[in-house]
Design a protein around this ligand. Structure first.
Ligand code: ADP
Ligand code: NI
Length: 225
């Protein structure tokens, strides 16, 4: 049995090194998964972990490393996962902790298909934190940044709102920032795993709905007066 003090020091050192790694790897990331996304997800994961009595160290480490192998960010997610795994083993993360974090980030990294469900409480916490960063005020801002970067319009009344998009519609530029709310963001609150995550989601969701209503009123010039 290790004494608590040396365990705490080991864990603090690992978390500091993981934050430095994520910062350096994602500093110039422009698709909405930059270091500040990692920072926000990590802060939320810590809060949710405390409320749900999950293992704080695992949640914080998985949150810090969760996007280093994301299929949207690296060419080869398998290679990204291997690198992350080696990094942990070389940085005093135990084999058991490494396996747990790998299970979480590999589930988060492959979003295609049905998406495997999270198998541990810590995975549920980190997935909730990641999803929460896509809704609310931050979610709204990220969506418009993403659409702008892709050169898509914020809204087009001639494009009917759809809850499902085919890959062909994406390719043909039939996607707007506003449509992304209906296609994905408004659905996220029902996908959360934990009670704490759902409580936070409720407020963020209500704010998005209010935003969409106001957007519509202002678009049609029927607000105020
Ligand atoms: P995740 O964080 O789960 O990997 P995504 O990569 O799907 O999420 O999205 C990252 C950010 O980019 C999100 O905040 C999301 O709102 C935004 N985004 C993704 N796809 C679109 C889209 N088609 N239109 C507008 N914004 C998008
Ligand atoms: Ni993420």
């Amino acid at each position: 049995m290790q004494d608590n003090h040396s365990t705490d020091t080991r864990q603090a050192n690992i978390l500091q090194a993981a934050a430095a790694l994520a910062k350096s790897e994602l500093e110039h990331e422009g698709s909405g998964h930059d270091w500040w996304h990692i920072y926000r997800v990590t802060e939320l994961a810590k809060r949710i972990a405390a409320a749900e009595q999950a293992n704080l160290f695992i949640c914080e480490l998985a949150a810090l490393l969760h996007d280093l192998a994301d299929e949207k960010l690296v060419e080869d997610p398998e290679a990204g996962l291997k690198r992350t795994e080696s990094w942990m083993l070389e940085n005093a993360v135990t084999a058991e902790e490494t396996a747990h974090v790998m299970e979480i980030i590999s589930t988060l990294s492959f979003k295609g298909g049905a998406g495997k469900p999270m198998t541990t409480l810590e995975g549920a916490v980190v997935q909730d934190a990641d999803r929460l960063d896509a809704i609310g005020a931050i979610g709204i801002a990220r969506t418009f940044v993403y659409s702008g970067k892709k050169g898509r319009p914020m809204y087009d009344p001639n494009i009917p709102v759809r809850q499902e998009m085919t890959p062909e519609e994406y390719r043909n530029g039939k996607d707007t920032a506003i449509n992304h709310f209906y296609e994905k963001l408004l659905k996220l609150k029902d996908l959360l795993n934990t009670d704490s995550g759902r409580r936070i989601a409720k407020q963020r969701h209500a704010f998005m709905e209010e935003f969409l209503e106001r957007f519509d009123r202002e678009w049609n010039g029927i607000d105020g007066l």
